[in-house]
Design a protein around this ligand. Structure first.
Ligand SMILES: NC(=O)C1=CN([C@@H]2O[C@H](COP(=O)(O)OP(=O)(O)OC[C@H]3O[C@@H](n4cnc5c(N)ncnc54)[C@H](O)[C@@H]3O)[C@@H](O)[C@H]2O)C=CC1
Ligand SMILES: CC(=O)C(C)=O
Length: 259
């Protein structure tokens, strides 16, 4: 159990990839703070974490609000007795042709995916430095953070930005013993993809399920990704085996985008 006694905070942990990460870090030995907008879902995941024999706490926060992110970290530290790993996982998708993206669309997705990640990096690094300890910051990018996809332009732009923040933060915080990396999943069967598929269908006329199937066909390993596939990689990024890695954003996508 490589994370025995460590404290991790996972944003967007009420469901999907964030939930799987929270459970995997708990399995690895960490006590886990669950942060999300949905209180009922957070509580359910918190109970699942405790079933591994770990401590857990929940904190309702909108990651786009800087103060709420700082408050979430303070809460985790106080309740769980430390703070070692920050997973900036919360994010939203949008499916929209470039010509149809509005200012409101762009403001919303940037505030959550980009600002939310920035506040998470900044607040976590400040806490690690204040505590005079090393720390790990792990951000959710995407294959869409390496490759622009049609109808996912705004989303792709935010995930490219997450990689930029990851690279800059890795350099700025290395001397403090803080590593900053990102994970880039491909097509993961979560509610996010149910929504993406539905929006593609509205825009292109594709049948429900067709876009998801089309994307999955492009995966070399021949199946859609599960949240656990992502969590397995985040476990590595959170643990001591990745201590010599920083500023990176590898694909964990079953073979879709090659860099
Ligand atoms: N599903 C996929 O295929 C892929 C997902 N990703 C990224 O992985 C991350 C997680 O994705 P999924 O689990 O699929 O999404 P999801 O939509 O299933 O879950 C996202 C969670 O984040 C929470 N959330 C949303 N906005 C929030 C906010 N402002 N503050 C706090 N919590 C908020 C939601 O309540 C929800 O529990 C996202 O950053 C996403 O962009 C990256 C690549 C592929
Ligand atoms: C949701 C997402 O990041 C992709 C590319 O599927």
């Amino acid at each position: 159990m490589s994370l025995q006694g460590k404290v991790a905070l996972v944003t967007g942990a009420g469901q999907g990839i964030g939930r799987a990460i929270a459970l995997r870090l708990a399995k690895d030995g960490a006590n886990v703070a669950i942060v999300d907008l949905n209180e009922e879902k957070m509580l359910a995941v918190s109970l699942e974490v405790e079933a591994f024999g770990r401590k857990s706490t929940t904190f309702k926060a909108d990651v786009s609000d800087r103060e709420q992110v700082y408050a979430a970290i303070n809460h985790a530290e106080k309740t769980l007795g430390g703070f070692d790993i920050m997973v900036n996982n919360a994010g939203i998708a949008q499916v929209q042709a470039i010509s149809d993206i509005t200012q409101e669309d762009m403001d919303k997705i940037q505030k959550i995916n980009v600002d939310g990640t920035l506040w998470g990096i900044q607040a976590a690094a400040k806490k690690f430095i204040e505590r005079k300890q090393k720390g790990k910051i792990i951000n959710a990018s995407s294959i869409a953070g390496h490759n622009g996809f049609a109808l996912l332009g705004a989303y792709s732009a935010t995930k490219f930005a997450v990689r930029a923040l990851t690279q800059a933060a890795a350099q700025e915080y290395a001397s403090a013993g803080i590593t900053v990396n990102a994970y880039c999943p491909g097509v993961v069967g979560t509610d996010m993809w149910v929504e993406i598929d539905k929006r593609f269908s509205e825009i292109t006329g594709a049948a429900i399920g067709e876009t998801f199937k089309k994307y999955v066909k492009g995966i070399a390993l021949g199946r859609a990704q599960t949240p656990v596939d992502v969590a397995n990689f985040v476990s590595y990024l959170a643990g001591p085996d990745s201590d010599y890695m920083t500023g990176q954003a590898p694909m964990i996508d079953g073979g879709m985008v090659y860099r």
